[in-house]
Design a protein around this ligand. Sequence first.
Ligand SMILES: Cc1cc2nc3c(=O)[nH]c(=O)nc-3n(C[C@H](O)[C@H](O)[C@H](O)COP(=O)(O)OP(=O)(O)OC[C@H]3O[C@@H](n4cnc5c(N)ncnc54)[C@H](O)[C@@H]3O)c2cc1C
Length: 415
Amino acid sequence: MNIVNPTKADIEADVAIVGAGLVGGTLACALAGHGVRTAVIDRLDPAATVKTSFDGRASAISASSQTLLAAIGLWPHLAPSTGPIREIRVSDGDSPFFLHYDHAELGPTPLGFMAENRHYRAAVAGAMGTVRDRLTVVSGRTVQGMTNGPDDISLSLDDGRQVRARLAVAAEGRDSKLRELAGIGVTGWSYAQTAIVATVGHERSHDGIAHERFLPAGPFAILPLPDEDGVHRSSLVWTERADAAQGYLALDDARFLAEIGERVGGFLGPLRLIGPRFSHPLGLQFAARYSKGRLVLAGDAAHGIHPIAGQGLNLGLRDVAALTEIITDARDLGLDLAHPEGLSRYERWRRADNLVMAGVTDVLNRLFSNDIAPIRLARDLGLAAVNRIAPLKRTFMRHAMGTVGDLPRLMRAPK
Ligand SMILES: Cc1cc2nc3c(=O)[nH]c(=O)nc-3n(C[C@H](O)[C@H](O)[C@H](O)COP(=O)(O)OP(=O)(O)OC[C@H]3O[C@@H](n4cnc5c(N)ncnc54)[C@H](O)[C@@H]3O)c2cc1C
């Protein structure tokens, strides 16, 4: 679908979002769906982002994120290409201790859903098509300048156009240009790890079970994808030391697959590679503040975390739900969409939650990505203990499903 704004005229909107990735694209659908005049700008052609060669990742979408996507009308576009996560099995290398989450212990709702990022991008484009009268989509353009004024915020595009709005959202991921233009700093560090991502086909069904196996170089995740063309498939996220990852990535297909086979084990039957392999350097990154004047940050532009718990996008979707609530409440009360109380509420609300998850994932990665015997023993006892203490286990499951804490309205399950 080509929904690039065809005119060269300047653009007026209530909210301008820069970055139409998973977070910015979802926010655009949510705001336009709530009647907010929205403009969204991305440097990429959307047709390129739905190809298998663009992003081989699949995302674990938590139950509360699915509630949001259903509430804003995006889920019907995505659901046919998702698969449920019914169980999660966590193990530590070859240790006999493990942790097993089964959704049936809480009820009928799956723990979450797996969606390939390319399908998510296509679903965003589909949902955007339904709110076109309130949404301007600008593709293949970047923002070069920003004037953050008392009455509006103005963004200059690289084709000379201006986008004027009451509020601008930086959703361009970790290397946010708007964040830089606003002079908002980031803190963080590299994990000296690389995530190798690949999709495999296999003979036996995964039965909707996600496996996370902790190995000394980092977690190895085998995530259940829906079958395609009659082939059972899983998405692999193989975390390696950054210096070793390049060697694995350079292997020919047969040797690369043999390395994968050693880590997966035999429970899925013979494996084969589907599509290209990808790599992502891993690091933690946190913005010093979430808003400045009429600019607000969302998604990875505000917080980039380790994928060990599959929560980066889910945090970004919580930002989306919180921002949509704050912006539409301001609109309904006749307030400025960038009124300072609203933006500081957003910052207090989302920053605390995001910081806790960044901390938890950081500690988990440090605790599990090593082979030091006393630490190994302590963590194995921890896994076994959580597995046996049912109330504690249910609490952890609810956290994985994203159904605890101060949830925005759009993420609360309908009664
Ligand atoms: C290996 C791996 C596995 C993961 N698995 C999961 C998971 O299972 N579950 C989960 O919740 N999270 C997961 N994550 C995290 C998740 O992928 C990210 O949190 C999420 O993609 C962030 O989305 P975003 O829209 O904020 O940023 P991005 O996905 O980075 O999108 C940014 C968009 O902005 C555009 N852009 C950038 N700069 C500009 C510019 N200057 N002008 C215009 N446009 C611009 C880009 O083209 C892009 O479309 C994983 C991450 C990794 C690395």
